[in-house]
Design a protein around this ligand. Sequence first.
Ligand code: NI
Length: 180
Amino acid sequence: MFLYLLTLCDMALLQILHYPDPRLHKKAKPVAQVDDRIRQLVADMAETMYDAPGVGLAATQIDVHERVVVIDTSEEKNDLRVLINPEIISRSDEASVYEEGCLSVPGVYDEVERPSRVRVRARNLKDEVIEFDAEGLLAVCVQHEIDHLNGKVFVQHLSLLKQTRLKAKLRKQERELERA
Ligand code: NI
């Protein structure tokens, strides 16, 4: 899939928004049609994700507010999943805790509890409806990326005290960068 994209499009690295940028909290709109514009967006998002490197990227993170996600949880980075208008159609009662990170919150990792298994429905690049079951890292990743499309960053699952401390720390870092 990734090789196919490489031959189809020229790709570009995109700038990733960093929390607490308010644009990370916009709710993304559904994609009406999978066309060349969406294929180019996906190619750029995949390149940006692999370059970072990360295991997932939602369009929201690059300031495009449409429901597009790319994920690759494989060791070899050769299993790109493109999810357009993804939705979770069922979730397990059982939950798991996983230490999450995010390209929009660099250097921050913390434990988040989510359903252990989910069933996902989405459209792919051929505009076909696909459905699959996800568990482990893939289940975490799908839920984390759909949260992004809904304007939610993983740190919003943490306690309010942790969120307040984190925002203060990140703002301080930003000021130090500006002064440097
Ligand atoms: Ni993220």
